[in-house]
Design a protein around this ligand. Structure first.
Ligand code: DGL
Length: 298
């Protein structure tokens, strides 16, 4: 057991489970990365993190009791995101990934201010950077939830990376409902996709890049590719976000030194059975309802 001096007087015992690094500071590098989403769609980001950082432990919290966030006000989304993050922080995490686009667009600053010292990565900036690079002519269409569109965070982030880009944003709430129902292709799905996208990708000045600004939309990729044809770049933020997280861990010296072997943990604020069922749309590995812990985050 290590001893540390408090105010130069009393030696206090530091429990062995909290290791210290060479500088005598608490070493959090073995703690898990917390991943938070409004529901199950953020598992697409979890999958990208698992692929990029296979040695890291991951805890995923889906706030399924309050889904959807995409139709809620900034005030509500901010309060929900704070509650979810408090829960993950109480469990012990070394960094937070906000997989939910709506919270990333509406609440990232609130989270960074409240959890000072905790590295927080959202999906908006990585997605915007990827789109700014992928678009040939700088004509980018962002599809997202209503609340994400209203926040205007994607156009701001795209213009930071590419000042002259033209950005059109479109809320596509039906896509979320479709994917949750497992309808990711077929005539109904195609009709809805054309309803949203045909006006944005036809005629002169049409978009040359589609940015998927919502956790659920990668599940529609084959359909979107067919509807848009091969010339439009389609960008999703999951892989780029995982790269940003890897850089951030390296910069903060938070990379796990010994690769972990513990299974991924899943938490949901409602209906673990539904979580497990809908998860099949987003990740190729099975998740049983018994693996999903029901939590109350207030
Ligand atoms: N996770 C949300 C997002 O990425 C979509 C689902 C919801 O509206 O909560 O914006």
């Amino acid at each position: 057991m290590n001893n540390a001096w408090v105010d130069g007087f009393l030696p206090i015992a530091i429990p062995p489970e909290i290791p210290v690094n060479a500088a005598g500071m608490e070493d959090t590098s073995d703690l898990p990365i917390g991943v938070f989403d409004s529901g199950v769609g953020g598992l697409t980001v979890l999958k990208a993190l698992r692929e990029r950082l296979p040695g890291e432990a991951l805890i995923y919290l889906g706030d399924t009791a309050r889904l959807p966030y995409g139709s809620k006000s900034a005030r509500a989304v901010g309060a929900y995101a704070l509650a979810a993050t408090r829960r993950l922080v109480a469990m012990g995490i070394k960094a937070l990934v906000v997989a939910d686009n709506t919270s990333s667009a509406q609440a990232l600053d609130i989270l960074r201010a409240e959890f000072d010292g905790l590295p927080v990565v959202g999906v908006v900036e990585p997605g915007a950077t990827a789109a700014a690079q992928a678009s040939e002519g700088g004509r980018i269409v962002v599809i997202a939830s209503e609340s994400t569109v209203e926040a205007g965070a994607y156009p701001r982030a795209i213009h930071n990376g590419r000042a002259g880009a033209s950005v059109v944003s479109r809320a596509c709430p039906l896509f979320v409902a479709m994917v949750e129902e497992g309808i990711t292709d077929g005539p109904i799905a195609e009709m809805i996709a054309r309803h949203y996208l045909d006006p944005l990708f036809g005629g002169p000045g049409a978009g040359d890049c589609l940015l998927l600004g919502c956790t659920h939309f990668p599940a529609l990729l084959p359909l979107l590719r067919r509807v848009l044809g091969p010339r439009v770049a389609i960008v999703d933020s999951a892989a780029t976000t995982a790269r940003v997280v890897e850089d951030l861990l390296a910069r903060h010296r938070l990379k796990r030194r010994r690769p972990g072997t513990e299974p991924m943990r899943y938490l949901a604020t409602d209906a673990p059975e539904r979580f497990a069922r809908v998860a099949r749309v987003f990740v190729p590995w099975p998740i049983g309802a018994a693996e999903v812990d029901l939590v109350d985050i207030g």
